[in-house]
Design a protein around this ligand. Structure first.
Ligand SMILES: *[C@@H]1O[C@H](CO)[C@@H](O)[C@H](O)[C@H]1NC(C)=O
Ligand SMILES: *[C@@H]1O[C@H](CO)[C@@H](O)[C@H](O)[C@H]1NC(C)=O
Ligand SMILES: *[C@@H]1O[C@H](CO)[C@@H](O)[C@H](O)[C@H]1NC(C)=O
Ligand SMILES: *[C@@H]1O[C@H](CO)[C@@H](O)[C@H](O)[C@H]1NC(C)=O
Ligand SMILES: *[C@@H]1O[C@H](CO)[C@@H](O)[C@H](O)[C@H]1NC(C)=O
Length: 280
């Protein structure tokens, strides 16, 4: 019995205290100020925590943005990624001995631009010549590509091997007849002009708009000569070129005092281009 009584008594005492506190809260103004202070301290704490969180978010965001920016600006890294073959399973189809492949005409593969570098001023970036002719609204424009080679300028051309199963490539140069072109061929000794042709080990796309001698991939390999004359097409010996791969060439003067200024203007054979013929 007695524990029960004592429980009651404690209960009343607690109730009394609760009432007393309640009264005090209403009447006692220092007590109220204390509560306001507590509230203020809490709000301040929350504000500080939020501010700190905000700032850390901003800092974090900045770091992430810096990362993204550096990744985007180093497009070199992106350019180094391998090309995915867009021709899915064609090689399986062509492996079937019963499959008869159709014949295709060779492709004239024109690069969009030919760049020039100076072998005297090796840091110099020469803005490449580029003009395009629009041939009606519904057609892609034709870019003019200028092959310019002197004793001091070299031309750099890069081609991506087009299509599927057209993996027999030959670097070619077509110059129109003398009386029907503004193209200029000149050499100190007569009309016969010979260019040195080099293959550059570029695994990825070169920035032809921001190229100098010093930025060229090395070591380059001398792969032969090219005879240039009016009204003729000269083809280099053909080589095997993987679909979607980059083929990069440098052309320099072999003949002393030579000047070659040939502008490719057409979709057809004109100026310097890669001639691709069928291999399947
Ligand atoms: C590659 O094409 C040339 C013509 O441009 C031809 O003479 C040669 O036989 C072809 N080679 C192969 C392996 O198809
Ligand atoms: C260019 O000269 C050739 C002969 O060498 C001639 O047959 C041709 O008609 C001439 N073309 C023009 C556009 O004058
Ligand atoms: C190359 O030829 C074009 C016209 O076909 C001309 O405008 C340009 O000045 C020439 N460049 C040089 C270096 O001779
Ligand atoms: C050209 O390349 C250099 C590095 O080789 C780079 O610093 C510069 O920003 C590039 N310029 C343009 C316009 O891309
Ligand atoms: C290219 O020029 C060289 C030297 O003049 C000559 O020996 C060679 O036969 C020429 N080649 C062609 C295909 O004209």
């Amino acid at each position: 019995m007695s524990p029960r009584f004592s429980n009651h008594r404690e209960g009343y005492r607690a109730l009394g205290q609760a009432i007393h506190f309640g009264d005090g809260d209403l009447e006692d103004s220092p007590q109220r100020t204390k509560h306001k202070q507590t509230l203020f301290v809490w709000l301040l704490a929350i504000t500080i925590v939020c501010t700190v969180l905000d700032f850390s978010m901003i800092v974090w965001d900045q770091f992430i943005r810096v990362d993204l920016r550096s990744a985007a600006s180093s497009s070199d890294k992106l350019e180094q990624l391998p090309f995915q073959n867009p021709y899915l399973n064609l090689e399986i189809l062509y492996r079937d001995p019963d499959f008869k492949s159709s014949t295709h005409d060779p492709i004239i593969n024109n690069g969009p631009v030919i760049a020039q570098v100076s072998n005297r001023e090796r840091q110099k970036i020469i803005p490449p010549f580029q003009r395009y002719n629009s041939v009606g609204r519904d057609r892609a424009p034709i870019y003019e590509r200028r092959l310019l080679v002197t004793h001091e300028l070299e031309s750099i051309a890069q081609f991506r091997v087009l299509d599927f199963g057209m993996e027999n490539c030959s670097l070619s140069l077509t110059v129109p007849p003398r009386n029907s072109t503004g193209d200029l061929l000149y050499a100190d000794l007569g009309d016969s002009i010979i260019l040195d042709v080099w293959s550059l080990p570029a695994k990825h796309k070169l920035d032809l708009y921001n190229l100098s001698w010093s930025k060229l991939p090395r070591p380059r390999v001398h792969i032969g000569h090219m005879n240039v004359s009016y009204g003729k097409t000269y083809r280099m010996p053909s080589f095997s070129c993987k679909s979607q791969s980059y083929q990069t060439f440098a052309l320099s003067c072999s003949t002393p005092g030579c000047l070659v200024n040939v502008t490719g203007k057409d979709m057809g054979p004109s100026g310097l281009y890669l001639y691709q013929s069928q291999t399947i």
